[in-house]
Structure formats: structure tokens, C-alpha cells
Write a protein of this length. Structure first.
Length: 350
């Protein structure tokens, strides 16, 4: 009887040990509509294994915008997925949506799942206070990247951002220096409420109010879409309103705008009828600037992964961060200052 009891205990211990070694891979994908939130886990390999201070994988939840939003976003997503891998010491899950409410739902799930860090690029600046407070209560550290939000600074560890207001002001200053007799502008806006849209719109709105020579022919959102931008420009052409500037808040929308001009045999670029302005510095956009087909392109730097990891590793070691807000270095390009090597150095995508 005693031997039988010992044998039973050994079998039970062995079974318990096997359960402890197994586990679900946790890989999930939502292949539904592009506007829906899709989540997945990072795979692949990396250059170095970091991990937490105790050697365990650092659990990270990354809430980002739709990878199909633009060339900028595609590059940004790939940059993060290449960095936050198991080989580099991370157990990373990703959620994507261009809708704020869906992002908030994803963020809540990550917090409930017990992630160590929530990395957030918000679709909209508003509505994040409660989620970030929940994260703080749960011990999840929040780091913002790419876009700012309207929330108290004590609710997040750091913010890695582009200076969208400066991007807009640099572009408007460049346009002002073209010394046109009058400015009749088609203003194609990005996703309304996003920090990129707010910043890039602000400087133009301010200049239009200050100078009677500046006129907005139409101001509409194309939600970063080339197709919607083309429709907006075609509508202006059909209305017979005159215009000589297209100020598009990303490259894809600028590209869509030029398709409407091509269709109607309207010239554009350096020395032509219409000035074309975009943002993000996709390689195709910079080539267009270099070839004088476009007039201006403002840089928006999508490579946040290295800085995010540096912050996480400092926090893991208990070090204090030198800066709360880290601003990415960026510039603007026109046909006078761009060099061929700039296309490879600063360009994103193909």
C-alpha cells in the first residue's frame, strides 16, 4: 500500500511538471475588415537578446495604427516588429486600428493580460485618461510613440514624437518664401484629431488668417487615403475653382491628388501650374521632388524602435530617464536642397 501511494505521488508530480513546461503560443490574427483591430504576436529573430533584469521575457503590448494607412505606417510597423521579438528578449503582441475606440479596447486587453509595457500610437489625442490610469494602477508602464495624446504626464513614462507643429510651420514657411501673387490652396487633411493632422493643419490655418493673399479653396480630410484625395481634387476641378497649391498632409494623399491633375492635363511641380506639397519622405515622394515633379516634402521619422527599447532597458534597470519627451530629428526637402543620396538616407519604403 505504501509503495502504491509513492508511485501515485510520483505520477502526479511528473504530470504537474509537464503542464508547467507547455503552453499556448498565443498567436492570434484578425483578418477581417482593414478598419477592424487586428492583433498578433511578434516572431522572427533579432540582433541581441535583452530581456528583463531577471532574464525573463519582457511582456509588451503595442497599439498602433493600421499598417495599410500609409507608407510611413508600414515602415513604422515593420521597424517595431523587427525589434520586439523573442530573440531580442520580448514577448510582444500587436494591435492595429485607425479607430480610437478599437485601440482603447485593445489597450484594455493588453493591460488585463498583464503586459509590462504598453506602447501606444493613438489614432486620436482624446479619450485616453481612464485607460492610462488603469495601466498605472495595474503596474503597466506606458510609453507613447509617434503621436501625442491629451493626458496627464504622470500617466506615461515617456513620449517619442515628431514635432508635428514644427513640421507644419516648416512647410508653410517654405511656401511663404515662394512669394506667389496669391495662394489658392487645396488643403487635404489627414485623420481628423490625430496629432499629425492637428500639427500640420495649425500652421496653414494661422497663415491663412494672417494674410489676405492666402485662400483655402477647400479643406477636407482624405483620412490618409490616395483615392479620397484624388476625389477631393477632382471635385474642385469640376467646380471650376482656381487653385495653384495642393497642401497634402501625407505623401499618399499628395500622390492621389496628382492623379486627378494628370487626368485633367493640369501641370504641376517646379515652374508649373500647381505646387505639390506632401509629408513623410517616402522614397517615391523624394524622387518626385528630386525630379522637380513635386515641390516640397516634409520628413516624418518612423524609426522609433531603437529609442523605445533604450527607454525600456533603462526602466528595467531602475534608471531615471533624462527626458520625458524625445523629439525626432526631421527636415524638409525641396528641389533646391535635395541631393540624390538623400533619397536613400532619408526615404522610407520603395
Amino acid at each position: 500500500m505504501k509503495k502504491k501511494l509513492i508511485s501515485m505521488l510520483l505520477v502526479a508530480c511528473l504530470a504537474f511538471g509537464l503542464v508547467g513546461c507547455g503552453g499556448d503560443s498565443g498567436t492570434t490574427t484578425d483578418s477581417g475588415d482593414k478598419s477592424a483591430t487586428a492583433t498578433d504576436n511578434a516572431g522572427g529573430s533579432g540582433d541581441s537578446a535583452s530581456g528583463g533584469s531577471d532574464g525573463k521575457l519582457i511582456k509588451v503590448g503595442i497599439v498602433n495604427n493600421d499598417p495599410n494607412e500609409s507608407g510611413y505606417r508600414t515602415t513604422n510597423v515593420e521597424n517595431l516588429k523587427q525589434k520586439f521579438t523573442e530573440a531580442n528578449g520580448y514577448d510582444a503582441s500587436f494591435a492595429y486600428s485607425k479607430k480610437n475606440d478599437e485601440q482603447i479596447t485593445a489597450a484594455k486587453k493588453f493591460i488585463n493580460d498583464g503586459v509590462d509595457y504598453l506602447l501606444l500610437s493613438a489614432a486620436d489625442k482624446a479619450g485616453w485618461d481612464k485607460v492610462l490610469q488603469d495601466a498605472k494602477t495595474a503596474g503597466t508602464r506606458v510609453i507613447l510613440f509617434d503621436r501625442t495624446i491629451d493626458a496627464k504626464e504622470d500617466l506615461y513614462e515617456a513620449s517619442i514624437v515628431s514635432d508635428m507643429e514644427k513640421e507644419g510651420q516648416t512647410a508653410v514657411d517654405w511656401l511663404k518664401n515662394q512669394n506667389l501673387d496669391e495662394y489658392n490652396i487645396i488643403h487635404i487633411q489627414g485623420q481628423m484629431g490625430s496629432s499629425a493632422q492637428v500639427g500640420r493643419s495649425a500652421a496653414l490655418d494661422k497663415q491663412v488668417k494672417a494674410d489676405s493673399k492666402w485662400n483655402i479653396v477647400t479643406q477636407q480630410t482624405a483620412e490618409w487615403s490616395a483615392e479620397q484625395a484624388q476625389q477631393i481634387v477632382q471635385s474642385v476641378i469640376d467646380s471650376k475653382k482656381k487653385f495653384n497649391v495642393i497642401y497634402a498632409e501625407n505623401d499618399d494623399m499628395a500622390n492621389g491628388a496628382t492623379k486627378a491633375l494628370d487626368k485633367n492635363n493640369i501641370s504641376y511641380g517646379v515652374g508649373k501650374d500647381v505646387i505639390i506639397m506632401g509629408f513623410d519622405c517616402n522614397k517615391y515622394a523624394l524622387r518626385n521632388v528630386f525630379e522637380k515633379k513635386w515641390n516640397y516634402d516634409g520628413q516624418c521619422n518612423p524609426f522609433h524602435a531603437d529609442i523605445l527599447e533604450e527607454i525600456i532597458q533603462k526602466l528595467e534597470k531602475g534608471e531615471k530617464l533624462e527626458k520625458k519627451v524625445i523629439v525626432m530629428e526631421e527636415k524638409g526637402f525641396d528641389s533646391n536642397n535635395i541631393k540624390e543620396e538623400d533619397i536613400e538616407k532619408y526615404g522610407i519604403g520603395k
